[in-house]
Design a protein around this ligand. Structure first.
Ligand SMILES: CCCCCCCCCCC/C=C/C(=O)SCCNC(=O)CCNC(=O)[C@H](O)C(C)(C)COP(=O)(O)OP(=O)(O)OC[C@H]1O[C@@H](n2cnc3c(N)ncnc32)[C@H](O)[C@@H]1OP(=O)(O)O
Length: 395
């Protein structure tokens, strides 16, 4: 699917609009005028056209780089007033363009051509058929789901973004959990593709602001968060996390709702909520003090202390730590053996263990989500998110 399409010819310009994919990335408009001059003018124009043929969405950061280089190549250094703090998308675009300083137009053109050429080769190679593509359950774009040996494995699959969770991903995970609760597997496993388990909420979720404004976005996000965490509270089968690498934010907090947490000794556990002007979710304000005691929970949830896998195990958040070199082999051997145990007995045992807490957990989840709805609108949160996004927009 092409991610960028020609939407029309406007007053001598082509207006290229990044199609809002189902990932709901913000639209980035590239105004392609005919004024770009210089030795590589033809290559530049051809690169501008090639962008719309990309098969894979290159992601917001790359789109910002393309936007900035295009503006620099055609108009020179950034000369427009800085958008306001809450005009998140235009501010990110402005920051990216402004970061190019006095980069000469010719260099910007060449950099644009080089960037598109790199995107084309990675897009071509990623579209080659891979053997494991056959195993993948259809219908998911951000997850790889496989069912084998009575185990349904849900793998977060955005390794280039450290498996940061987009709104599409939250929705796909809910669908995957719903399907796994009804399939014939005995246990369900979560893991991450690449070097991270997950870097938590994708902070670009804050940039896709609907016409109803940021308040509407915060309200809808609080509902999404409550429903997402609710699916983990209600999940009926043993739920296992295979934490292959560092885990951040919500990917850590919901571990309190899992039945087993196996971690590689490369994994770390980090909830930088205060740093982001945010507050705990995933029922962690209730589960963490219960699991590790209030003192240790406070260090993590208020002060953002990062735990090693060993520390997380000592504090009861992790069931067992394995050396990274043998992690996959040891964990999957163990899980295959567990998955052979009688299904009904395991499921009924889980209900008995968890049912006492369900009502309380749903109440905590609702409260945490509603507090976050307010927090997301605070200056503390906005500034922290903008800091991260503008750091990333710089070339
Ligand atoms: C109006 C309200 C809307 C809100 C919608 C909310 C919906 C529910 C929310 C539930 C609440 C959840 C809270 C949390 O999870 S809080 C935790 C959030 N996560 C973070 O703060 C981590 C941010 N990332 C980092 O600090 C670093 O990237 C990290 C330490 C993880 C890795 O550093 P490293 O240097 O090794 O790698 P890079 O930084 O170069 O990362 C590689 C690329 O991945 C992108 N990336 C990584 N993490 C995130 C992220 N969380 N969000 C967005 N993008 C992320 C990074 O930008 C790099 O991309 P590029 O290669 O394109 O530059």
């Amino acid at each position: 699917m092409a991610v960028v399409g020609v939407s029309g010819r406007l007053a001598g310009c082509y207006c290229l609009r990044a199609v809002r994919s189902s990932l709901q990335v913000p639209a980035v408009q590239l105004h392609v005028s005919k004024t770009a001059m210089g030795a590589c003018q033809k290559d530049f124009e051809s690169a501008v056209n090639q962008v719309k043929l990309l098969k894979k969405d290159p992601g917001n950061e790359v789109k910002l780089k393309l936007y900035a280089l295009y503006k620099q190549a055609t108009e020179g250094p950034c000369n427009t007033p800085k958008p306001g703090l809450f005009d998140l998308i235009n501010k990110a675009k402005w920051d990216a363009w402004n970061a190019l300083g006095n980069l000469p137009k010719e260099t910007a053109r060449q950099n644009y051509v080089d960037l598109v050429s790199g995107l084309r080769s990675s897009s071509d190679s990623s579209s080659q058929v891979k053997p494991e593509a056959d195993k993948k359950q259809a219908g998911y774009e951000t997850l790889v789901i496989t069912s084998e040996d009575h185990i349904t494995k849900i793998m977060l699959n955005r390794p280039a973004k450290k498996n940061a969770l987009t709104t599409q991903m939250y929705r796909e995970i809910m669908l995957a959990l719903e399907a796994a609760s009804k399939d014939d597997s005995t246990i369900t496993v979560f893991t991450g593709n690449g070097d991270y388990y997950s870097s938590g909420n994708d902070l670009t979720n804050f940039t896709d602001i609907p016409p109803g404004g940021i308040e509407e976005k915060a309200k809808n996000s609080a509902i999404l968060l409550r429903d997402f965490v609710g699916c983990f509270i209600d999940f009926p089968k043993p739920l296992v996390a295979v934490v292959n690498g560092p885990a951040v934010g919500i990917s850590v907090t919901i571990l309190g709702l899992f039945d087993l947490v196996y971690a590689s000794d490369r994994a770390t556990f980090h909830t930088p909520f205060s740093h982001l002007g945010q507050t705990p979710e995933g029922c962690s304000s209730y589960t963490f003090p219960k699991i590790m005691g209030p003192a240790k929970a406070v260090e993590m949830l208020i002060f953002g202390k990062k735990l090693t896998a060993g520390e997380a195990c000592a504090q009861g958040l992790v069931t067992e730590v394995f050396p990274d070199s043998t992690f996959q082999k040891e964990v999957w051997t163990r899980l295959k053996a567990y998955s052979e145990l009688p299904q009904n007995a395991m499921h009924i045992s889980k209900q008995i263990i968890r049912n006492h807490e369900k009502e309380k957990l749903h109440a905590v989840n609702a409260e945490e989500s509603s507090i976050l709805q307010e927090r997301w609108l605070s200056d503390e949160c906005m500034n922290a998110v903008m800091d991260f996004l503008s750091r990333k927009a710089k070339l």
